[in-house]
Design a protein around this ligand. Sequence first.
Ligand code: MG
Length: 455
Amino acid sequence: MTGTLMVGVSGVRGIVDRDLTPEVVTRWAAAFGTWVREAGRPSVIVGRDSRKSGPRFTAAVIAGLGGAGCRVIDVGLAPTPTIQLAVLHHGAGGGIAITASHNPIEWNALKFIGPDGIFLDGANSARVLDLAAREGRGTGEGGRVEKDPGAIERHLAGVLALPIVRVERIRARKFTVALDAVRGAGGPIMGTLLERLGCSVTGINLETDGDFPRAPEPVPEHLGDLGALVRRSGADLGIAVDPDVDRLAIVDEGGTPIGEDYTLGFAVRAVLGKGDGGRGKGATVVCNLSTSLVVDDAAREYGADVVRTPVGEAHVARKMEELGAPIGGEGNGGVIYPALHAGRDAPVAAALVLELLAGSGRRVSEQVAAAPRYTIVKAKVPRGAELGPVYAALKQRFPDARADEQDGLRLGWRDRWLHVRPSNTEPIIRLIAEAPAPELARQLVEEGRRLCAVS
Ligand code: MG
């Protein structure tokens, strides 16, 4: 049977007990443990989101790591960024986050974290894949396990201690915040963070039992209940996080989801606009090729440049490190603020959003209206064997666009773009376009679709 087990650059995911069984989990954890031991620091942080299979898979991961001779530090139920931070805190050789992020409830996954707190990629990831293909089942023997119950509190303290977050000024605003954590790992940390920032919090889905009541991705079409809660409670804003708490989306004071792209746009404004407004000069903001122009507009306002990378958190994080970027992330609501650590972090994003609102004195809808608005349109088409002719036809059709071929083809103009790239997981081509008006974005996607079909 063709399985659903999907092996990616930074880990492995699948449908629980169909392809991602405890035996598979143990084998992959053993491969990762062998890689960690080869690198010379045989200790690994393990944590999980709220999915029902989490406790069982934690045991399976610990068995694999123990069999590989690693010392294990278990942080328990925790956000992915908390696990990344714990790797740094303990000086561990790596980490495994047991989470399928925003995937539906029947999925789970292992995500491999390197000693720098960034997801594995490149040669390191290739080595783990190679080891997993060769190793038998993990032996499940030996190894020591310690519990670390303090990881979430350290994460909270780290966010609140960031100089950029002026806690007293935010507290003075006494924000009312509606919170939806989709019964993932985020209820406790997000609720506590907001309370320590002086917010009055009204929440839904804060339980950490993994019974996702809706599709877990924090995109506008899934945030109807949060919007209703904002209206009912008269909240200043709504905040939604995904199950492993690395993505955050905002709902405005009228209950309307503003789109997850704005989270990074707001964070860029909070970071670059602090103080005299001149902090952005010469700075670089890093995001991926499919990120909205609201980020470019925010960067431009403060004199910063934008550099784009292929899609994938590790690509963004490593480019940020290389360029010394003060802020970056992805248009899906993932904010990376390296002053704390180099991973997408929803608690950091929440603090930066409140910092911006407290500083500007604007309501969310006013903050959105203060800059150009765009529409993003997405489509997918079946892919043929060869993508070269498709890209050539697109470049010929749009000779005035700037072409970026790091990851598929992105054709860019000042106020619009079209990104055409093959899916990593399905035999399709994804088309995504952004423009100042819906019909313009649709035209770009339709022209891309037409050229995909004839090329
Ligand atoms: Mg996630």
